[in-house]
Design a protein around this ligand. Sequence first.
Ligand code: G3P
Ligand code: CA
Length: 385
Amino acid sequence: MLNGTTFTALHKTPLAKAFASLALAAALLSAAPVMAAEAPGKVISSKLGLPWPAVIGHRGASFDAPEETIASYTLARDLGADYLEMDIQRTKDGVLIALHDDKLGRTTNIAEVFPERAKDPVSTFTLAELKQLDAGSWFNKAYPDRARPGYVGLKILTLEEVMAIADGGANKPGLYVETKVPAQFPGIEADVRKVLEKGGWLSQRPAAAKGHVSVASTPGRVILQTFEKPSLELLQKEMPNVPKILLLWIGDGYMEAKSNVAYKDSGYKDYASFYAAQEVKSPAEFEAWLDWAKTHGANGIGPASKLTHGGDQSYMDMMKPWMTKMAHDKGLVIHPYTVDDPVDFKALKAQGADGFFTNRASVLLKFYGRPSKDSIDTILKRNGY
Ligand code: G3P
Ligand code: CA
C-alpha cells in the first residue's frame, strides 16, 4: 500500500503521473462489478420482440384443467403465462378449432354421442357436432385428484374463442399457434391468417394495464409453430412478419436418426426410454434442419427434450449444449417442449432454453421469480370451476 508521502513524491514527474493514473484505473476496474455477457437467447428474443424467458401455457394450464378448454386457458391467462398455446385443426364446415388429437376418443365423450363415428377424424365433424361433445369429463376420470365438477361439459373451442379469452382478462397474453396435422387441412395457413387478421391480432394492440402481462401488445403477440416443413413455408408466405418456430423431432420423416430400429423392435419397455436413446444422425443433419428452418422463415426452434424423471412427455434430447449453441449462433430462439418440473427447468435453462412450453405455468412462473399472486384454486374458483 502507498503512504501519503510516497504518493506525493511519485506525482512529481510526468512518468510518475502516468504510472499513478494507470494504477488508479486498475484499482477502479478491479473494484467494479464484473458485467456478465447477455444471454444469447435474450438478445435474439429482444430483437424479435419476444418475451424472455417465455412462459408458454401448453394447451393452457393443462396440468390443472382439461386441455384447450376455457377453464385451462383462463387459468393460464390469469396465472400470468406469456402465451396461450394451441393446436389448430379445421371442422368439416371450415371453422378453425383448438384441439390436439386428430381423433376425439381421448379428450371427449365421442363414443357416447356419435358411437359409429368414434374413430373418425376431427375433420369429418361440423362445428355444431363438435359442440355437442363433453371435452372436460375425461380429465376428471384421468386425474381424480385434480377433478372439479365445473369441468363436466366443457366445450371444444374455436380459435376465435381462444382469442377472446386471451383478450378477456387483465393479463393480455399472446397466442402461440400450431398448425396440427396440416396435411389434413389444405389451406389452413391462409385460414389462420384470416382469423387472426379479422380479430386484430396481426396489427398493433393496446397495452395491458401496468403490472399485467402485455405480450399481446408487442411484435411477438403471435408466434406460429409447426413440425411440418411445407406448413412453415405456407405460414411464411401468409404471414411473413409474424415470428415462427419449427418444432423438432428425430425419426419418422423428421430429422434422420442414427439408428432406424422401431420402438416395437427396440426392446425398450416404455417410450421415454426408447426416445432417450434416439440421436440425430450427425451434427450436419441437425445443422441442415436449422439452416432450412432459418431460410424458410423460422426465427427459432422448438426442440423435443428428455426429462429427468421420464414420463410420457419425455422425448429425445435435442437440447444438448452443442445443439443449443449452434441454434443461438444462427440467431434462433429456443423453446423446448413440454417441461413441467423445476429440475428440468434448471437443467435446460443452463443448456440454453429461452423459455418453455409447460402444462404448469404456475410452477414455471415461480421458477422464473414472478409467481402468480393468486393460487390455482383461487383462480379456478373465481372463474367458476
Ligand atoms: O407445440 C409444442 C408442443 O406442443 C409440441 O407437442 O404434441 O403437444 O403439440 P404437442
Ligand atoms: Ca402443440
